[in-house]
Design a protein around this ligand. Structure first.
Ligand code: SF4
Length: 236
């Protein structure tokens, strides 16, 4: 993911872009490349994105491993699997009936729309594709965008709660900002580069977990320089 950083052209003229890129470089220098998303195939990435909804990654990873052990991490095999079997396998991810149904709904959409092939998804016009994906039952904006970014390498920023918390504390976004506003802000001010979005999002999650917690640990945080001597903005 270092290549994403090196590919960013010249001195940026947009001051917000310049500031965001300074944050990115500081995070990369401190935390290093995060190498998201841990999966062998784009379909496995999408399965993981659905299974990690409202649950920690560790549980989702166990469910993905169970599906892989049953040789079900391909669209055709998963779509043909009965819901009871699927539910038993994804139980470690929690709300297993719901997640089995969501996996099957997404997989059937993927097969019907793209023949199960993510390469075709990479060529589809982005805005209508995003609308289509969000219309699949159970896929909220964050999950749909995680699939677009991490499985299909489309330039969509996953502006999750961690991202919004860090940027709101730095007064780049207003307190309580919604997902869509934050996503549009980031996409408007950053180079439209999926590798950059991938790495920057992963780094924002890393700093939110290490420093930008409920009580922020600004004193040792790599983004402290950006507060310019002010306390972080209140976010709660
Ligand atoms: S911990 Fe402080 S310096 Fe670090 S990201 Fe949060 S508000 Fe910024």
């Amino acid at each position: 993911m270092l290549t994403a950083w090196r590919r960013i052209p010249g001195p940026p003229r947009d001051p917000v872009k310049a500031r965001l890129l300074r944050l990115y470089r500081a995070l990369l220098a401190r935390h290093g490349p995060q190498r998201w998303w841990p999966a062998r195939t784009p379909f496995e990435v999408a399965v993981g994105a659905i299974l990690t909804q409202h649950t920690a990654w560790a549980g989702a990873a166990r469910a993905v491993a169970a599906l892989a052990g049953a040789r079900l991490v391909t669209a055709a095999r998963l779509a043909a699997c009965d819901l009871a079997t699927l539910g038993a396998l994804v139980r470690p991810a929690g709300t297993w009936r719901l997640k089995a149904q969501r996996l099957r709904d997404f997989t059937r959409w993927l097969l019907a729309r793209f023949g199960g092939d993510f390469r075709a998804m990479r060529r589809a016009p982005l805005a209508p594709l995003r609308r289509e994906l969000r219309a699949v039952p159970g896929l909220g904006p964050e999950t749909a965008d995680a699939i677009l970014l991490y499985a299909a390498a489309r330039p969509v920023f996953v502006a999750d709660a961690y991202t919004r918390r860090v940027l709101a504390r730095h007064r780049l976004l207003p307190r309580g900002v919604d997902y869509e506003t934050a996503r549009a802000f980031l996409e408007a001010h950053l180079p439209s580069d999926p590798a950059l979005f991938n790495e920057f999002h992963a780094l924002l999650v890393a700093v939110a977990k290490s420093h930008c917690r409920t009580i922020p640990l600004c004193g040792s945080c790599p983004l402290r320089f950006d507060l310019r001597g002010r306390p972080p903005a209140r976010t709660r």
